[in-house]
Design a protein around this ligand. Structure first.
Ligand code: ACO
Length: 429
């Protein structure tokens, strides 16, 4: 089989042979197709990059039809069951699993970079009492570039590694402080005797006790949720990190862009919408009428469907299991019964089956977060902490990829040309 595409330009009658590599053609090859010498060459128009590969990546593999998700080749199910978030972070960032020495050093370094400069605390305290924690997180991550100007030296591997460690270590501190801020509670300093998630819980919930004792089952559930959110290849926020990172700016500025992208309701905010929907349904008896409304096109079944997965989102399955573990500690969330019944009915219904609509990562995660007493605004902050190693792995791959250039798409210009400017005093006379 010839791995090429023959294109005939009917404007000129010229035929072009375009090589196909890894199921793609190079857009630059299309640029060679010109109606005449002055013509800029053929380009592709792809709003939302629906069918455009922006990079070569070895971080995360997804097969949406089969419901497969792998980090560096390891199935998400195995990582969620047998690994932990810091080991998965190591795997994502380095590409391989750590030896015992590498793992111990990694955990030690991340544990001892959890503190932030006191000035960061001070400026976070300057936010309004009702500031959205994602806005606070985005601003404080970006501001960290001013505390670590050495981070601008992105060509030095040791320097890159230090910033990666700092970011993974400090995100829970910033996220927890954004949470405490909204509650008017004092910020809690990191406790480096605790695990990554144990320390996070301490910074979130510790009050007057001299030492916070996290519930290990909750810490484990949170750890698993972080693993499940750690990367998802070229999603909107990873693309934002790469796009900003392509200017060779420091990683704090790039990750702040990722936080901004994740803030949007089309990306990180769907789990909140699921909770609102379940609350509105109210009781199991109301489900059939609700489903009829969805089928009639009145609204969407939130937490169902995905651009890439046309099968059960593997993360949804694992999150559902974690929900049971959390509810053992917190007591069940009454909305769980509605969610389960809704899922059962939807998975048997021809409308959902024929459209390949299955629960996605957001269907059950909001229920867990709510049981853990997080307000909805915090859901996306949790997502951001989990996604940080993924963003950094994508960033690291980008800065080492010789083929990458500053991200600068083309446009199809639709405006006026060559107008003559008339000054205000003449225009308004
Ligand atoms: N409920 C009911 N019908 C749906 C749903 C849904 N949740 N999702 C898709 N459909 C239907 C559409 O109406 C359409 O039907 P039609 O062919 O009769 O017109 C068909 O399924 C295909 O839908 P599209 O909108 O073309 O699918 P797309 O891939 O563009 O959308 C999306 C994916 C945005 C996730 C969509 O499924 C959705 O809106 N789901 C609900 C919101 C949600 O849960 N988002 C979280 C996604 S996970 C994440 O971002 C972390």
């Amino acid at each position: 089989m010839t791995e090429s595409l023959t294109v005939r330009d009917n404007r000129t009658g010229v035929e072009y042979d375009i090589p196909i590599t890894d199921g793609t053609i190079r857009a630059a090859d299309l640029g060679k197709i010109k109606a005449n010498e002055d013509n800029p060459g053929l380009a592709v128009y792809d709003p939302g990059f629906v069918n455009t590969a922006s990079c070569r990546s070895s971080v995360t593999y997804i097969d949406g039809d089969k419901g497969v998700l792998e980090y560096r080749g390891y199935p998400i199910e195995q990582l969620a069951e047998k690994s932990n978030f810091l080991e998965v972070s190591y795997l994502l960032v380095h590409g391989d699993l750590p030896t015992k020495e590498e793992y111990d050093a990694w955990v030690h370094e991340i544990t001892y970079h959890t503190f932030v400069h006191e000035n960061i605390k001070e400026f976070m305290q300057g936010f309004r009492y009702d500031a959205h924690p994602m806005g606070m997180l985005m601003a404080s991550v970006g501001a960290m570039s001013t505390f670590y100007p050495d981070a601008a030296n992105i060509s030095d591997p040791d320097n890159r590694r230090l910033q990666i460690i700092r970011l993974i270590a400090k995100m829970p501190t910033l996220g927890a402080w954004a949470f405490r801020h909204a509650q008017g509670k004092p910020y809690v300093y990191p406790d480096n005797d605790l695990s990554y998630t144990g320390n996070f819980l301490s910074m979130l919930f510790k009050m007057s006790e001299s030492k916070y004792a996290p519930d290990e089952r909750i810490a484990k559930a949170l750890d698993t949720l972080f693993i499940l959110h750690a990367d998802h290849e070229q999603n909107a926020s990873a693309n934002a990190v790469r796009s900003v990172g392509s200017t060779q700016v420091d990683p704090y500025s790039s990750v702040a862009a990722g936080v901004g992208a994740l803030f949007g309701p089309l990306h990180g905010g769907a789990n909140e919408a699921v909770l609102r929907m379940l609350r509105r349904i109210g009781k199991v008896e109301n489900i059939p009428a609700f489903i009829e409304g969805v089928k009639a096109g009145n609204e969407r079944l939130m937490g169902f469907g995905h651009r890439v997965y046309k099968n059960y989102d593997p993360r949804a399955k694992l999150i559902k299991q974690q929900a049971y573990n959390v509810f053992e500690v917190t007591g069940t969330n009454p909305l769980l019964d509605i969610a389960q019944e809704l899922e059962k009915i939807a998975l048997e219904d021809e409308y959902f089956v024929s459209r390949k609509l299955y629960p996605n990562v957001d269907f059950y995660s909001g229920l867990i977060y709510e049981a853990l007493e997080f307000p909805p605004e915090m859901f996306t902050v949790l997502f951001a902490i989990g996604r940080t190693p993924g963003w950094l792995s994508q960033w690291l791959e980008l800065v080492q990829d010789k083929e990458q250039k500053i991200a600068r798409p083309k446009q199809i210009y639709t405006g006026e040309r060559g107008l003559t400017f008339v000054p205000r005093d003449v225009r308004w006379a």
